[in-house]
Design a protein around this ligand. Structure first.
Ligand code: PGA
Length: 277
């Protein structure tokens, strides 16, 4: 089955409001009419309304990088699904490795090892996934192993358990709306992209896990690869049948580079309009 590719730019903690507007407007000019690829921009919270305003009337969608699952209340520093929706988001990234605190440690300098200070775990990721769907936001749920886990042969075990935990308790209809992003922690921001055949293998394994939950519907679900995606490796990645696009950090911060990724995704799945034909 041909799936419509997605290219999601995760800007992380980059871009002031005016810088975000400039990048969004540049991408609206180059990719605003794109129909073969789902183009998604994930700015920092503060820039969401500005970016949503800048791309309004185009095919580009806006996503938040995280949120808290409670509707409202005394949660200092947090932001709700309703707030990011109100700001113009259609989607939200959940469980990025930079937000997971897998072993409960808080050392900031261990973020690269999957030990971030922000405390997401499989349970909070599951709660956030449910809350996002309830609010009508499309979740982009991240999973991925650390280098230590890969070296000890635990990649499939870790990734599958993250995916199953994220989707626990959801109906088949809900699961079908979720986008999964496989992001090996060791490949994020390091310039060390995962070998494309290996990324394809892991994505195939993830699709198998999804099929256990939703059967053939898994064939229609978008699964992304993330981790040092760049113009010089995107063609090879998109040539892999299981890879439906990218969740992109560094290369999404420069309009020309992100546009090159969108173009490569469109070319790789040329002729497909996402209609399933
Ligand atoms: P990167 O980040 O493209 O800079 O490696 C990817 C991500 O964290 O989503």
């Amino acid at each position: 089955m041909k799936r419509k590719p997605m290219m999601a730019g995760n800007w992380k903690m980059n871009k002031t409001i005016s810088e975000a507007k400039e990048l969004a407007l540049a991408l609206k000019a180059s990719a605003g009419a794109e129909t073969k690829v789902d183009v998604v921009l994930c700015p920092p919270f503060l820039a969401i309304p500005t970016v949503a305003g800048a791309v309004a009337g185009s095919n580009i969608k806006v996503a938040a990088q995280d949120f808290f699952w409670k509707e409202k209340g005394a949660y200092t520093g947090e932001i709700s699904a309703q707030m990011i929706k109100d700001g113009g988001c259609a989607s939200v990234v959940i469980g990025h490795s930079e937000r997971r605190g897998r072993f409960g440690k808080v050392e900031d300098d261990l973020v690269g090892e999957g030990l971030g200070p922000f405390g997401d775990n499989n349970t909070t990721v599951n709660t956030k996934t449910k809350a996002a769907l309830d609010a009508g936001l499309l979740p982009i749920v991240c999973c991925g192993e650390t280098l230590a886990e890969r070296k000890t042969g635990k990649t499939d075990l870790v990734v599958k358990s993250q995916v199953l935990a994220a989707l626990a308790g959801l109906s088949g209809e809900e699961i079908a709306k979720v986008v999964i992003a496989y992001e090996p922690v060791w490949a994020i921001g390091t310039g060390e992209v995962c070998d494309s055949a290996e990324a394809n293998r892991v994505l195939g394994m993830i699709r198998g896990a999804l099929a256990e939950l939703v059967g053939d519907t898994a064939q229609a679900m978008q699964i992304l690869y993330g981790g040092s995606v760049a113009p010089d490796n995107i063609e090879e990645l998109m040539a892999q049948p299981e890879i439906d696009g990218g969740l992109v950090g560094g290369a999404s911060l420069v309009a020309e580079k992100f546009q090159a990724l969108i173009d490569a995704a469109a070319k790789a799945r040329g002729g497909c309009c996402g209609c399933g034909g």
